[in-house]
Design a protein around this ligand. Structure first.
Ligand code: HAM
Length: 417
């Protein structure tokens, strides 16, 4: 039997694994500084949650969800994103009733049946935050602040934040009508995808990257023309709050998002290293979602960053060297026993130490130590045992010293620091 992984479902292994762990550790370190606490929602949810939250005409719902009927004949979906589940949990666990304002962060796998390519996977990971129960423009700016703090702490640089304002649900409705009218009058000049989008989800047309479509899009009714003075004021307050922190951004008046729940503030972070799939993170306000999922009306805002894309954006050389501090090389049965005992003592002291149980010659063990990227090699042979000592070789400069066995653990522990 010979099995292969499914397309778009990668194994996370090698240099990537510690970087994933780092992203998780940084999330757990940074987000609590902003008052976000961790939430883990299930990977499987009722299909209705997503069709209702994301919109029936969105690409995710129309063609990307992994859905099936479970044994109890419930239509279920592998979560394609994190926001809908967090909102459901906020309502179901009475956080809205008991706390009002709740701030969560999450990390974990998401699933979308997209055509796999660089930076686009079918199982990918998101790190995100959601603030539920706040309508303050400061909450929008705080969300972006948390994202910037996370990216900076990860060591990502050279990214761009693009910001836009979609207006309230009603304002978006008026804009939708105007856009439909405009694009209908240019239907013949749009690409086939956009022609379909005009009726189904006209905002998606604004996302099209094809040069012919872009020309038409750039003359379409601007979103700003449909904003009330109140919405314009909210947008200004978000901008002021970002400027107060010195966070740089660019207003992109045609930016819309692929999910239907957004209202008011939307933003996207892109990185030049990502190529065609250049969105590293994205988010915005979704002031109608809590109510539409059965809660009391309340504002909410959040973002999610794609971990795989985040790792692609890191400067080269960010891989952490995970080599053991000590490689214990032994020669002969007695030395193997003594070396195995030393290995145990070092590990119990919190020192990273490894050994090659199969290796025969010293040469092959030194080769293995090199592969392991160990800083030091402990050499234990019959002669050393007779002298009740070991030889410590520094792999960085080749220096060797002899250390008595009774002082070995203490001495090696000191060097491991
Ligand atoms: P989204 O834009 O669909 O938003 O996804 C957020 C991020 O997830 C993207 O910017 C990208 O980095 C990553 N991503 C999405 N699809 C894939 C894929 N197929 N392969 C690799 N990475 C991918 C959301 O999911 C919203 N829930 C964000 C949000 C939170 N809005 C408010 N709160």
């Amino acid at each position: 039997m010979h099995f292969q992984r499914l397309r778009g479902f990668p194994d996370i292994v090698g240099e990537e694994a510690p970087l994933f762990a780092k992203a998780e550790a940084v999330a757990r370190e940074v987000f609590p500084l902003f008052g976000f606490r961790e939430i883990r929602t299930p990977l499987l949810e009722e299909k209705g949650l997503f069709t209702h939250a994301l919109g029936t005409q969105t690409d995710v719902v129309q063609k990307e969800m992994y859905e099936f009927e479970d044994r109890s004949k419930t239509r279920v979906v592998l979560r394609p994103e994190g926001t809908a589940g967090v909102v459901r949990a906020y309502i179901e666990n009475h956080f809205q009733k008991n706390e009002g304002l709740s701030k969560f962060f999450y990390l974990g796998p998401m699933f979308r049946s997209e055509r796999p390519q660089a930076g686009r996977l079918r199982q990918f990971h998101q790190v995100g935050v959601e603030t539920l129960g706040s309508s303050s423009p400061c909450a929008d700016a705080e969300t972006i602040q948390a994202l910037v703090a996370f990216l900076d702490r990860m060591g990502v640089d050279g990214y761009e934040i693009r910001l836009n304002h979609l207006g309230t649900f009603e304002e978006r409705g008026h804009l939708r009508t105007a856009l439909k009218e405009y694009f209908h009058s240019h239907l013949g000049d749009l690409c086939e995808d956009c022609q379909n989008r005009v009726e189904k989800n006209v905002f998606r047309v604004l996302d099209c990257k094809r040069p012919a479509c872009r020309k038409i899009i750039e003359k379409s009714p601007p979103i700003a023309g449909y904003l009330s003075p109140e919405s314009k004021d909210v947008f200004k307050k978000v901008e002021d709050a970002l400027s107060a922190c010195g966070i740089g951004y660019r207003v992109d008046p045609y930016m819309v998002r692929g999910l239907d729940y957004y209202t008011q503030t939307v933003f996207e972070v892109s990185h030049p290293k990502l190529g065609a799939q250049d969105a590293l993170a994205a988010g915005g306000r979704y002031d109608h979602l809590i109510e539409s999922l059965g809660g009391m009306p309340a504002g909410a805002v959040g973002f999610a960053a794609g971990v795989e894309r985040l790792l692609m954006s890191l400067p080269s050389g960010s891989e952490e060297i995970s080599g053991a501090s000590f490689f214990v090389a032994t020669l002969g049965e007695e030395a193997l026993k003594a070396g195995f005992g030393l290995l145990w003592k070092l590990r119990r002291e919190g020192v990273k130490a490894v050994m090659d149980f199969e290796a025969k010659s010293l040469k092959s063990q030194l080769r293995a130590a090199d592969k392991e990227k160990s800083r030091y090699v402990v050499i234990l042979g019959e002669n050393e045992l007779k002298r009740e000592s070991l030889v410590l070789k520094d792999m960085q400069n080749g220096a060797q010293e002899e250390i008595s066995l009774d002082k070995a653990v203490e001495c090696l522990k000191g060097k491991a620091k």
